[in-house]
Design a protein around this ligand. Structure first.
Ligand code: ADP
Ligand code: 5GP
Length: 192
């Protein structure tokens, strides 16, 4: 771990392989820390049941996404699990101008880009599943993705997990209550 922890952080990046439990933990964080403003990314992936346009993501076509890349609208963007995902520059800049601390959910490519651009100002918290077996069980148990999608996500998780120690903070999501306490302690210290 780089241990480049800092106080009064304006950018908190959560990074975890798909299925680790990031969304579950993020929901709790969003409720408990009103100073954190969720960075709504754009994606070309289809909306999952229960998700909402403009709340979870902006769901756009590949053509629209490519137009936004050309217009330089993204701080960073990446192709993840065969879809595009990108962080909107305008949305983040507005949040920072409003004095909010921005909260991001990014893959390792996005987390690396944030560290390259913002250095210690962006604090990355990597969340790791207890094992690949547990991860597969969670992805299947969630019941939102096809077998093909689950296999692709597991394949990517194998390489993403190798990066766990490269970031500022690490949380293991074995017991969800314990993981949330660990996450809350880190975020509280960053926002002090
Ligand atoms: P992500 O956002 O990282 O893709 P989710 O938050 O959707 O993951 O979680 C994937 C599935 O695993 C969900 O069904 C969720 O309820 C479950 N889950 C989350 N954390 C745990 C945990 N610590 N133990 C067991 N199941 C969990
Ligand atoms: P999901 O499809 O499960 O919502 O997200 C898949 C992956 O895309 C997750 O690892 C998530 O962190 C990542 N992701 C979501 N939004 C962005 C973004 O704007 N940029 C990058 N680089 N990754 C993102």
């Amino acid at each position: 771990m780089t241990q480049s922890s800092q106080k009064n952080t304006q950018m908190v990046v959560i990074c975890a392989p798909s299925g680790t439990g990031k969304s579950t933990l993020l929901e709790k964080l969003k409720q408990e820390f009103p100073r954190l403003k969720w960075s709504v990314s754009c994606t070309t992936r289809p909306m999952r049941p229960g998700e909402r346009e403009g709340v979870d993501y902006h769901y756009i076509t590949k053509e629209k996404f490519e137009a936004l890349i050309a217009e330089n609208d993204f701080i960073e963007w990446a192709r993840v699990h065969s879809n595009y995902y990108g962080t909107s520059k305008g949305f983040v800049d507005q949040g920072l101008r409003d004095g909010m601390a921005m909260l991001f959910d990014l893959d390792v490519q996005g987390a690396d880009a944030m560290k390259r651009i913002y250095g210690a100002q962006a604090q990355v918290i990597f969340i790791k599943p207890p094992s690949l077996e547990a991860l597969e069980k969670r992805l299947r148990g969630r019941g939102t993705d096809s077998d093909e999608v689950i296999r692709e996500r597991l394949k990517n998780a194998r390489t993403e997990i190798l990066r766990a120690d490269d970031y500022d903070h690490l949380v293991i999501n074995d017991d969800v209550a314990k993981a949330y306490q660990d996450l809350k302690t880190i975020v509280s210290s960053l926002l002090e």
